[in-house]
Design a binder for this molecule. Structure first.
Ligand SMILES: *Cc1c(COP(=O)(O)O)cnc(C)c1O
Length: 375
């Protein structure tokens, strides 16, 4: 059984080196005679594992000392509520930049909790194919919320909005450590791990200490588990953390360090993304859906010339036939999970940190062949 190139948007491919290390330590980690899966989270064997994972986040992301690094559960989606419950407490009002599904879901959750949401910019007018430009934000907002990399639309901010003294919150689930990021520009950052850091099950939260309220100050009814303070005061061990996932996360971070850290990842990711976008931009069969100047290095949605926008039955049937053939034939060639999200259609190649350049080259070779066969 040979390994495939996995272009899934998440959970996604992990570095093979990391998987091999995990396999080698499966039955006996560090001479303990146990798998990490079996360890008590309060044991002397596990303690250095979570401590190292946190230290590596701090090191690779240059996290300032006045920020907490937390490992919580519930995925990126739980953060949509947690951000509102913990930060939307003074004016009960927040500004959201609407760049697609994930930003909209976050705004909806805040509204549900009674936080007034101002959508201060949106790219809805062009199916979220670009990132709106917001130079400065003023107003009595508790926070400004952005989704830095839009996994479904394949867009990414090429600038950080200046929000002055208003804390900036960013969902970095699908771009964490894909590039250097100045943490000090943000009040809070979060990332579900299953895109760029680890298997599913843990969410990384980096939050400025002064923004963490006492649990009683959170929005009324906030459960203990959804107060950042609960996790901050207990070293992410208030309850049982996702021990094994955090262990794999630590290994992925060491892999990132060995490969040049965030700077090394950016170089590697740019090389891959440039290779693919360059091919798409010169093709008369395929085209990328995200606008230049807003393109993600991580998620690349693309359509074929059979996605014409025409809605008659024959055109739709042809489009569907081509897309299905693409995905099926790609899979046969060892290139898996290329089906596009239904909101964008076509195909999507997610090329996270762990995807090697050879995987992208194999994809482009396949795409050339497919175009030749279906022109
Ligand atoms: C995947 C994703 C989410 C949702 O993450 P879950 O862990 O499945 O809740 C949120 N935001 C972004 C940008 C994502 O890519």
């Amino acid at each position: 059984m040979s390994r495939v190139y996995n272009f899934s948007a998440g959970p996604s491919c992990l570095p093979e080196e990391v998987l091999r290390e995990c396999a080698a330590e499966m039955l006996d980690c560090n001479g303990t005679g146990q798998s990490v899966m079996e360890m008590s989270h309060r044991s002397a064997a596990y303690e250095p594992i979570i401590a190292d994972a946190e230290a590596m986040v701090r090191k690779l992301m240059h996290v300032p000392d006045n920020y907490k690094v937390l490992f919580v559960q519930g995925g990126g989606s739980t953060q949509f509520a947690m951000v509102a419950q913990n930060l939307g407490i003074r004016h009960k009002k927040a500004a959201y930049i609407e760049t697609g599904v994930w930003a909209k879901k976050a705004a909806a959750e805040a509204k549900k909790l009674g936080v007034a949401v101002d959508v201060i910019a949106s790219s809805k007018d062009k199916q979220y194919s670009y990132i709106p430009r917001v130079e400065t934000v003023t107003g009595d907002y508790d926070y400004v919320y952005i989704c830095l990399n839009n996994t479904i639309m394949g867009t990414h901010y090429e600038y950080i909005p200046d929000t002055g003294t208003i804390p900036l919150v960013a969902d970095i689930s699908s771009c964490v450590l894909s590039e250097p990021l100045d943490v000090s520009k943000f009040g809070l950052l979060f990332a579900g791990a299953q895109k760029n850091l680890a298997p599913a099950g843990v969410t990384l939260v980096i939050v400025r200490e002064d923004l963490i309220p006492d649990p009683e100050q959170c929005l009324p009814g906030t459960p203990t588990m959804l107060a950042y303070k609960t996790h901050a005061d207990n070293g992410s061990m208030y309850n049982t953390p996702p021990c094994y996932t955090i262990y794999v996360l630590g290994k992925v971070l060491h892999w990132i360090e060995r490969n040049g850290g965030a700077e090394g990842m950016l170089k590697r990711n740019k090389e891959k993304a440039d290779y693919l976008y360059d091919f798409l931009d010169h093709s008369d069969f395929y085209h990328a859906t995200a606008e230049k100047g807003s393109r993600s290095l991580m998620n690349v949605p693309f359509l074929t010339k059979y996605s014409t926008g025409a809605t008659d039955d024959a055109s739709l049937a042809k489009e569907k036939e081509i897309n299905s053939a693409f995905v099926k034939n790609a899979e046969a060639a060892g290139l898996v999970n290329l089906k596009g999200h239904r909101l964008v259609g076509g195909m999507r190649a997610s090329i996270y940190n762990a995807m090697p350049l050879d995987g992208v080259k194999a994809l482009v070779t396949f795409m050339q062949q497919f175009a030749e066969e279906h022109k």
